[in-house]
Write a protein that binds this ligand. Structure first.
Ligand SMILES: NC(=O)c1ccc[n+]([C@@H]2O[C@H](COP(=O)([O-])OP(=O)(O)OC[C@H]3O[C@@H](n4cnc5c(N)ncnc54)[C@H](OP(=O)(O)O)[C@@H]3O)[C@@H](O)[C@H]2O)c1
Length: 274
């Protein structure tokens, strides 16, 4: 148990997932985790469901925190940082999940030299299956990174990267769920085309993607080796693999990651110019 006094600013989709993960993993007691949001209704629900203290004004609670998690939308960030600047103490750790905002920007806007860890989780945090990456900005230490790692491990897998790689992380795992949703939908359509009822096709397609990922994860085998194990000479699977190669499935997915990464870099550059 970390047992830190935490404040979570932004009790929306991602904030709520982190809150649930932190409490389920027993990282800190509910009484130590205050949620700040602008919506009284959202706060009431979080208080009722999780027993956490809540506040509408971050200034009233940030002063007493050891760790502040920023989970608001990018356009709200400046307002939040400016409102808490006066009460922030330099030793407080900030963890930001805000897409496209460099950790040094947060540290510099707060103006007290705080350690900041920036994270890029993905939407699967809502079911504790996120793929997250974290990066630290000076003066964050190993202890700060380990603390952030424990929090994101509570909602899935977490890896450490250099901050310069967070655009690539956005292109791969941040945007990746959408690519896989398209794969599931297309597999389902394929099943329907060859005569399966849609609900049956959807269940089979979803479980096939889930099971294949689970096998890669649990065996640690290379996906190419697992693919070779299921392709009988002259059989059905190798015929389909040939079709996928001819139509460029792998090149298409590689291009998708590259394009999303470039777009993330462009958006960050535009944001920096503002
Ligand atoms: N969703 C994802 O898959 C994903 C993945 C990685 C990173 N992220 C990042 O996570 C952050 C949060 O995303 P989300 O999807 O959880 O957004 P969200 O559901 O809109 O949550 C943000 C919450 O903060 C509230 N808020 C607005 N202004 C505030 C203020 N001044 N003080 C406190 N709370 C305030 C919002 O209220 P209103 O509804 O009134 O605005 C909302 O309840 C974003 O910066 C995003 O880049 C998201």
């Amino acid at each position: 148990m970390l047992n830190k006094k935490m404040v979570l600013i932004g009790g929306g989709n991602m904030g709520k997932s982190l809150l649930r993960g932190i409490l389920n993993a027993g990282l800190t007691p509910a009484g130590n985790l205050t949620v700040v949001d602008v919506h009284a209704g959202k706060l009431d629900a979080l208080h009722k469901d999780y027993g956490v203290p809540v506040a509408r004004d971050p200034r009233s609670v940030v002063a007493g925190a050891e760790l502040v998690i920023l989970a608001v939308k990018p356009m709200t960030l400046n307002e939040v940082l400016d409102s808490i600047r006066e009460v922030v103490r330099p030793e407080q750790l900030f963890i930001s999940i805000i897409a496209g905002v460099e950790s040094s920007y947060i540290r510099d806007r707060l103006g007290k030299g705080n350690p900041v860890v920036r994270a890029m989780p993905n939407i699967a945090a809502t079911v504790d299956a996120a793929a997250s990456a974290i990066a630290a900005c000076p003066p964050a230490t190993e202890d700060h990174l380990a603390l952030a790692e424990a929090i994101f491990a509570a909602v899935g897998e977490v890896v450490r990267v250099e901050e310069e790689h967070l655009d690539a992380v956005t292109g791969l795992s941040g945007s990746g769920p959408a690519y896989i949703y398209m794969v599931i939908e297309a597999l389902c359509d394929g099943g329907v085309k060859v005569g399966l009822p849609r609900d049956v096709a959807m269940r089979l397609a979803t479980q096939t993607v889930f099971g294949a990922a689970k096998l890669v994860k649990e065996t640690g085998q290379h996906p190419a080796a697992l693919k070779d194990q299921v392709t009988t000479p002259g059989g059905t699977t190798i015929a389909a693999v040939h079709e996928l190669e001819e139509r460029g499935l792998r090149a298409m997915l590689i291009s998708a990651v590259v394009t999303a990464t470039e777009r993330s870099r462009d958006l960050n550059t535009i944001a920096r110019r503002k």
